[in-house]
Design a protein around this ligand. Structure first.
Ligand SMILES: *Cc1c(COP(=O)(O)O)cnc(C)c1O
Length: 372
């Protein structure tokens, strides 16, 4: 699905040198390189504060901790996503309120958010799924009208541009009160281990979250609140600093692979290629197709036999996950998400796909659909 080895080969001398410098400095934690990466990312995103942390899930947890929510407060998020959002909501004893997604973009449905708001709603976590930004203009308007926080799960969409109706552009993750990202190796901006970051333009939230990631400590050994230990280490920051310079070209490589896929599948009666909303760019963390009436298991086996990995993101919506079964929800409550979980497939998507590989992948898929 990804080819991190070839990507590394292209930046190897620079990366190896940067890692060696960290080792020689022995400043493994909170070294100057972490600050440097933080500043570079603030500049790239045009956001006031980046707070590095241990991973994307921590970023989400720390964000919610900073909002002073109380057990029982409701947090709205989508049911068609990776588990991390619901997980941190549950860990903090908040009440997840799940909503369905838009059938075209797979992002959280604005109508369903409106229907889900109650007097207990305190936050919305839109997930910018697969690489395009959810409708942040509509979401911020709902949030303002109802006095609730917005925490963007930007783990899959770093670098995506959102355009407001007045023409103003902003990077995904910098529009809500807080944004979160992950630097997991396979993410669009990935390091060589675990890593994450939190973004905000709010000075006091930034100050608070810097304390929370550091054991709730604002003055050394004085702990003003319950925090966590969540850090980005210097070696990861060194790698990210180099990869950040390449992020826009990595995005272009992903977009050009997506373009190849799109034209190969264009007008095919059974394949629905990705639909991009008008107000966002798509950075293609995943390239995901909807194919009705396919035998998905057979298709995966057929592709795997030809050396092509195919993944299902995501096979089970959150409300049907064993650990999150909730009497408030039953099968059929989220028809779009349930349909998608049964009918999506994701093809290999990374920065190193060449035309030969793309041709092999697309012709194999078309061959399978012709036979089945
Ligand atoms: C990867 C991911 C996360 C979690 O990031 P980690 O760094 O693995 O903790 C959260 N949300 C989404 C949508 C993700 O894709």
């Amino acid at each position: 699905m990804v080819d991190l080895k070839s990507q590394y080969q292209k930046i190897k001398p620079e990366v190896d040198k940067a890692i060696e410098e960290v080792i020689n400095s022995a400043a493994f934690i909170n070294g100057p390189i972490v600050k440097e990466f933080q500043a570079n990312l603030e500049k790239y995103l045009d956001v006031k504060h980046v707070i590095p942390c241990g991973n994307g899930t921590d970023a989400l947890q720390v964000s919610l901790m900073a909002l002073d929510l109380q057990p029982g407060d409701e947090v709205i998020t989508t049911t068609f996503t990776f588990i991390a959002t619901a997980e941190v909501i549950a860990l903090l004893q908040l009440t997840p309120v799940l909503v369905d997604v838009d059938p075209d973009t797979f992002n959280i449905s604005i109508e369903e958010i409106k229907n889900a708001i109650t007097s207990k709603t305190k936050a919305i976590i839109p997930v910018h799924l697969f690489g395009q930004t959810a409708d942040m203009e509509a979401i911020m308007q709902i949030a303002e009208e109802n006095n609730i926080f917005v925490v963007e799960d930007n783990c899959q969409a770093i670098g995506s541009d959102f355009t407001f109706s007045n023409g103003k552009k902003q990077k995904s993750g910098t529009i809500g009160h807080i944004g979160c990202t992950s630097f997991f190796p396979s993410k669009n901006l990935g390091c060589f281990g675990d890593g994450g970051a939190i973004f905000t333009n709010d000075d006091s939230l930034a100050q608070k979250m810097r304390g929370i990631v550091n054991h709730g400590m604002f003055v050394r050994y004085y702990h003003d609140m319950v925090g966590v230990n969540s850090r980005l280490d210097s070696i990861q920051a060194a790698v990210l600093n180099i990869k950040l310079k390449n992020l826009d070209s990595y995005i272009e490589a992903r977009q050009s692979a997506a373009k190849y896929y799109n034209s190969a599948f264009a007008n095919h009666p059974r394949i629905k290629t990705p639909i991009i909303a008008k107000n966002t760019t798509h950075v293609f963390h995943q390239y995901t197709l909807v194919i009705e009436d396919m035998n998905r298991e057979e298709l995966i086996k057929f592709m795997n036999d030809r050396g092509i990995p195919v993944m299902i993101y995501y096979p089970v919506p959150l409300h049907q996950q064993k650990a999150y079964i909730d009497p408030r929800y039953k099968d059929g409550d989220f028809p779009v998400s349930e349909f998608l979980s049964k009918n999506v497939i994701s093809l290999p998507m990374h920065t190193e796909l060449d035309d030969e590989q793309l041709k092999h992948i697309t012709s194999s898929l078309l061959e399978f659909l012709n036979q089945n």
